[in-house]
Design a protein around this ligand. Structure first.
Ligand SMILES: Cc1ncc(COP(=O)(O)O)c(C=O)c1O
Length: 385
């Protein structure tokens, strides 16, 4: 049997990882500024995380949601405390798409409405409603097409206001990333998020904060939406939540009431995933990683802004993007192939940096140094061509 070929692959086999480094099968070391797509929050194979998973594995890995699973409650309590959303309710699932799918479904149940507002350049996942709310026609199959999604320009307050004026009583939810990830590190303005909050209040619609990529401390606050000092009705989470162990979840405001059968899952909230997620929160707390992400991010972004060859450096905490001009368009490839550094991208010309929140100052400096070397090499190659 062969693998279903849906990913353009780098021809690298990673066999070992620790903190912000990974090693390939030949022992070559790579600096991970990509965090396996924003997933590595506390660092690869963090010893506390490994220990907690191992201990849980020896007791019980899985039983279905038909019995009491106390570690779910422990996770909920810790998550409430660290996120500052102690009065919210937690529903656990397995991925970001699933979190958004459940959030939108719940919003529809709650409001008894069908229409959802999403924004240009959004990415919410690949399952039916999540992908329909994603602004990329190439990944929407005919069966996913629906006229229940209304797309508006990101950060366009006038368009949002007008849409609510015209359709307000039909809107179940507004779904918005606090910082767009796949779309290229675009920050939702504070006034835009405040307007979403106000309009959702006025029209009894549900504010869904997609925090799958920009959440879990990455932005320097637990949720990037916290910068706007608004409370969303539902926060969706995954990626950094398990540091690589698959787990997702939604935080649900107290006014949204549950009903048996409304949501459900076989694997969501299993013992092993909860042990991993609890270990992540313990490390975030013990190592003060949200503040670290903020400090390191500020340092990195300030240094990047001094590099003339790259443009439009933006982001918050350790969710950073910059534009790569045409003359150094192979920068990402160069960083990986000649300097052993993984970075992320957003088409057509953005490099995304999404390292572990525990990345050290020394590793940030190491990145800055090779970035400048890579740029210099590309410029020299241009001249000699
Ligand atoms: C903002 C956002 N939402 C949802 C998703 C989907 O998450 P998953 O791939 O875990 O389904 C992603 C994945 O990149 C994302 O960036």
């Amino acid at each position: 049997m062969i693998l279903f070929d849906v990913y353009p692959l780098n021809n690298i086999t990673i066999t070992k990882a620790l903190g912000s480094y990974v090693w390939d099968e030949n022992g070559v070391q790579y600096l991970d500024m990509y965090g396996g797509h924003a997933v590595i929050s506390i660092g690869h194979t963090h010893p506390h995380w490994v220990k907690k998973i191992e201990e849980q594995l020896e007791k019980i890995a899985f039983y279905s949601n038909s019995v009491v699973i106390p570690i779910q409650q422990q996770l909920a309590e810790k998550l409430g405390k660290i996120s500052g959303k102690e009065d919210y309710q937690l529903f656990l699932c397995n991925s970001g798409a699933e979190a958004n799918e459940n959030a939108l479904k719940l919003a529809s149940f709650h409001t008894n409405r069908k229409k959802i507002i999403a924004f240009s350049k959004s990415f919410h996942g690949r399952t039916s409603l999540a992908v329909a709310a994603t602004d990329n026609k190439n990944i929407v199959a005919p069966v996913n097409e629906t006229d229940n999604i209304i797309f508006l320009p990101f950060n366009d307050e006038k368009a949002l206001q007008q849409c609510f004026n015209e359709n307000g009583n039909k809107i179940a939810a507004v779904i918005v990333e606090g910082i767009q990830g796949v779309g290229g590190i675009n920050i939702a303005s504070i006034s835009f998020l405040k307007l979403i909050r106000n309009l959702c209040n006025e029209y009894n619609a549900v504010y869904v904060a997609d925090s799958v990529q920009c959440g879990y401390g990455r932005s320097g606050k637990f949720f990037s939406h916290d910068y706007a000092e608004v409370n969303a009705d539902i926060y969706t989470m995954a990626k950094g939540m398990g540091n690589g162990f698959p787990i997702g979840g939604i935080l649900i405001a107290p006014h949204i009431k549950p009903k048996h059968g409304m949501l459900g899952t076989t694997f969501g909230g299993n013992h092993l995933a909860c042990a991993a997620a609890l270990a992540v929160l313990e490390v975030i707390e013990q190592e003060n990683l949200i503040e670290m992400a903020k400090q390191r991010g500020m340092y990195l972004m300030n240094k990047l802004k001094n590099i003339d060859a790259i443009k439009n450096v933006r982001g918050k905490g350790l969710m950073i993007g910059f534009d790569v001009p045409e003359e150094i368009k192979d920068l990402k490839k160069k960083l990986l192939q000649s300097f052993n550094v993984f970075t992320g991208e957003a088409k057509p010309n953005v490099i995304r940096l999404l390292p572990s929140l525990a990345i050290s100052r020394k590793q940030v400096d190491e990145f800055l140094e090779v970035l400048q070397e890579a740029i210099a090499e590309l410029k020299t190659e241009m001249v000699t061509v």
